[in-house]
Design a protein around this ligand. Structure first.
Ligand code: COA
Length: 156
């Protein structure tokens, strides 16, 4: 498996839909974003979509690994690769939104992401169908952030 920056047209839609169920939402950020992929023999198994914001800020809008390949470290290696590439693009701080519980939160926190804020009722107000995980309904969204420079210094 190799990690590369790719064109948005190389990313399969069904993979993006694993992390974001709305095609309209995906098309609102895809063309203005940097796209990174985990590939094996030319086939895309993982994707990470990062949209530059104002100043040195970027937001991760979508991270997904093919269901058949999840839990094998592909997503962690891809996110590590993305975080190593972003300083070359002038990014110092990365932000994202995720649920308040579940393995995805641990996935980000293991790479140093910290909680910035809670957006109350985000999943109730912005999704047409309720989202359940481990029998619990996702209601609020956590905003996470990572200061890239600090993380690199701390890891030495
Ligand atoms: C989140 C995601 C990108 C992580 O990629 P991945 O390749 O599966 O991640 P890794 O293999 O590096 O594993 C990270 C941790 O998540 C756990 N995990 C991965 N997939 C899981 C699943 N479907 N259910 C429960 N735990 C899972 C792994 O077991 C691992 O924890 P561990 O080390 O304690 O075992 C991927 O699971 C995915 O695409 N999920 C669906 C889409 C999604 O939720 N995207 C994020 C939106 S906020």
């Amino acid at each position: 498996m190799i990690n590369l920056e790719v064109e948005s047209s190389q990313i399969p839609l069904d993979l993006l839909l694993e992390a974001d169920p709305s095609e309209a939402s995906i098309s609102s950020y895809l063309s203005d974003s940097w796209c990174f992929a985990a590939l094996d023999k030319g086939q895309v198994f993982g994707v990470c979509v990062v949209k530059p914001q104002r100043f040195a800020l970027a937001e991760i809008y979508n991270v997904a690994v093919s269901p058949s390949h999840q839990g094998k470290g592909i997503g962690t290696k891809l996110l590590e690769f993305v975080l190593s590439q972003l300083p070359n693009k002038g990014v110092k701080r990365v932000e994202l939104g995720t649920g308040t519980f579940g393995y995805q939160l641990i996935y980000y926190q293991r790479l140093g992401f910290r909680v910035d804020a809670i957006i109350k009722d985000h999943f109730l107000l912005n999704y047409s169908a309720p989202i359940f995980e481990n029998g619990i309904q996702h209601k609020d969204m956590l905003r996470l952030y990572l200061q890239l420079k600090k993380t690199i210094e701390q890891s030495h």
